[in-house]
Design a protein around this ligand. Sequence first.
Ligand code: SF4
Length: 223
Amino acid sequence: MAKDVEKLDKKEQERISRILSKLSELYPEAGTALKYNNPFELLIATILAAQCTDKRVNKVTEKLFKKYKGPEDFAAADRQELEQDIRECGLFRNKSKNIIATSKVLLEKYDGEVPSNFDDLVTLPGVGRKTANVILANAFGIPAFAVDTHVYRLARRLGFSQKKDVLGVEKDLTRKVPKSLWIKAHHWLIRHGRNLCRARNPMCDKCPLKEDCPEFLKSQSSQ
Ligand code: SF4
């Protein structure tokens, strides 16, 4: 286990290593499903992805990025027209407002470029901690652990964290997972959450992680 990981007892280190190793075998190709050509497009796609599927976002952005080619076009967009262009993604009024405001800030403060550090990213309208971490990891390859609903659920079920708040879970994950695996582990947990460890009725019988999963072991001992 890498030096950057908190000193855990040996058994726990081995358990976490086994889980990560199995996830890497299960999902060798795991990465973001959002389609984009540059950090700005990923930023817009990630804002649109709030409470929407990646598949639907990709369908919308395929047309959107042909019509609006960069922050200049989005900053100058008619708000109501943009609302209609992104309507299918849901929460379209708020998302439209944030996309226009963020594009203006990028032009005013960052020469139209997406900043590659967390503190600047979270000042952009519509960009919270999770979105900032997604951008750092996927657009810039900077180690970050974005905690979405799947990552949160799996981190707790698999015993990476007992915390009940997103920031606490993120901190535990970054202490227990080697930094070199943060970006991949985020994608592995999402894939596993969609495939087997679903919010309702997780398919534990088919899960290769069950022998190392506290949630599964707890359910067995209570039977
Ligand atoms: S054993 Fe069940 S609860 Fe544990 S990770 Fe697998 S599917 Fe999720």
